[in-house]
Design a protein around this ligand. Structure first.
Ligand SMILES: CC(=O)SCCNC(=O)CCNC(=O)[C@H](O)C(C)(C)COP(=O)(O)OP(=O)(O)OC[C@H]1O[C@@H](n2cnc3c(N)ncnc32)[C@H](O)[C@@H]1OP(=O)(O)O
Ligand SMILES: CC(C)C(=O)C(=O)O
Length: 409
């Protein structure tokens, strides 16, 4: 049993220490991005991988969105054993009932309600007053409470909402029975210092703040989703909503693997733990790429092909002496491998190492000669294989032999 799932009101209240729950929304916000939708079968495969990864909560979908999404949430709820299964719903009876029904078989279920709170959304999207929005949220939470083990309330566009009003609607949400309060940066607008201020304010001013978990849900429109999520943790958030490979609406959500490895690698700074089995990060990332048909960018932090690859000679020389010179994480901790890639920017040290690995004996004159032809080749060819290296070595041997024969005759 995952200790994070035992009861929903055991919030960690201090700014440092404790457990941060990882709420994975790859199957909901992640799949909302154009090109990333997943059918029931794909979602099942991902859900099993997410369970193995050790996420605390899987947001399996939005049951009211389509019959297949309802079926996917229901199957995930029936099948998975460890994580809490969440389903998204608007503050509308049909959505709430459909989420409750889809979650019926779950060992631990959560209805995730959302309603816009910012002035822009209240006026233009919902056409509702402040009080009307509060009343709609309260009624929805009461209804959802009867249909799931717990209710999370998200104030959509929270970070562009008046702090006093946000604290008020969250206070009402706690009274109505919500045990997780999510303050999303829906449009990826804020900076780390601003989100810190907002979470500190909410934890101070929401009535019943000590009974609930505060959650961050950050989008990457300005490339700050991970930094903002970490800042929120620093300000007391104890749930982070994130996705594998950072997929999600527009520029995406905070990348799960980046949030987790930042908390893990810089533990003395954050002083919190997650339940993530980090060596599953890379395989889970690759599975997502497979089921969506969307490759992981090479330079993606943690899980990209280049995340632990070194081509530059100066870096390779350092790596051969001590891997800590250019790596801050052990690749095996995320299920990946280090690679010293030979290319245009490589130097003699890495070339010698590869020649030795391929079983060639190399003295300094040989290395110099092969290195020269290697550099000529890399100016023409972006990727160099072991076969290329062997060919260069064979060519050098042939040249040396021919020269020796010429001298003899
Ligand atoms: C920030 C987020 O990520 S929120 C989640 C966004 N995700 C999605 O929208 C994906 C799934 N969505 C869908 O499949 C469709 O939008 C459906 C089936 C849910 C709804 O479709 P439709 O009924 O045709 O409505 P449509 O999407 O065009 O418009 C949204 C309606 O929901 C209302 N609405 C929006 N948010 C909420 C809310 N949190 N609570 C209550 N009503 C809301 C809007 O005011 C609008 O109402 P109206 O039809 O009375 O004008
Ligand atoms: C539903 C909420 C949490 C959301 O996805 C957002 O505000 O970005």
């Amino acid at each position: 049993m995952n200790p994070a799932n035992q009861g929903s009101t055991d919030a960690v209240e201090s700014d440092v220490g404790g457990r941060v729950r990882i709420f994975d929304t790859t199957l909901r916000d992640g799949e909302q991005a154009p090109g990333f939708s997943m059918d029931r079968r794909a979602k099942m495969r991902m859900a099993h991988a997410l369970e193995e990864l050790g996420v605390d909560i899987i947001e399996a979908g939005f049951p009211q969105a389509s019959p297949d999404d309802f079926a996917a949430v229901a199957e995930i709820a029936r099948t998975l054993k460890t994580p809490t299964i969440a389903a998204l719903a608007r503050c509308q009876n049909a959505d709430i009932d459909s989420a409750g029904k889809a979650l019926q078989g779950a060992r631990h279920s959560r209805i995730h309600l959302f309603l816009s709170t910012s002035p822009l959304h209240r006026e233009h999207k919902l056409g509702k007053s402040k009080q009307e929005v509060i009343d709609i949220a309260a009624a929805a939470i009461y209804r959802a409470k009867a249909l799931a083990h717990e209710v999370e309330f998200s104030a959509e566009d929270a970070l562009r909402t008046e702090p006093e009003y946000l604290a008020e609607i969250f206070s009402v949400a706690v009274e109505a029975g919500a045990s997780v309060l999510n303050a999303p940066d829906t449009v990826g607008y804020v900076t780390p210092s601003e989100i810190t201020e907002m979470f500190q304010y909410l934890r101070k001013h929401v009535r019943g703040a000590d009974k609930v978990v505060f959650s961050a849900h950050c989008h990457d429109d300005l490339g700050m989703a991970v930094a903002n999520s970490l800042a929120a943790v620093g300000a007391g958030a104890r749930q982070v909503e994130c996705t594998i490979n950072g997929i999600g609406e527009r520029a995406g959500n905070a990348a799960l693997e980046e949030v987790v490895m930042a908390l893990h690698t810089r533990r003395p700074l954050f002083r919190v733990d997650t339940g993530i089995v980090t060596r599953h990060l890379y395989p889970t990332s690759r599975l997502l790429a497979e089921v969506t048909g969307q490759p992981v960018p090479r330079n993606k932090a943690i899980v990209g092909d280049n995340a632990f690859a070194h081509e530059s000679g100066i870096h390779q020389h350092g790596m051969l002496k001590h891997r800590g010179t250019y790596e801050i994480m052990r690749p095996q901790d995320v299920g990946a491998k280090t690679s010293l890639v030979l290319g245009k920017h490589s130097g003699r040290h890495a070339l010698r190492q590869r020649l030795v690995e391929l079983g060639h004996e190399v003295d300094e004159p040989t290395l110099d000669a092969v290195f020269e032809s290697f550099k000529t080749l890399t100016d023409k060819q972006r990727s160099i294989t072991n076969d290329d290296i062997t060919t260069l070595m064979d060519m050098h041997r042939n040249t040396t032999r021919t020269a020796a024969v010429a001298v003899e005759s």
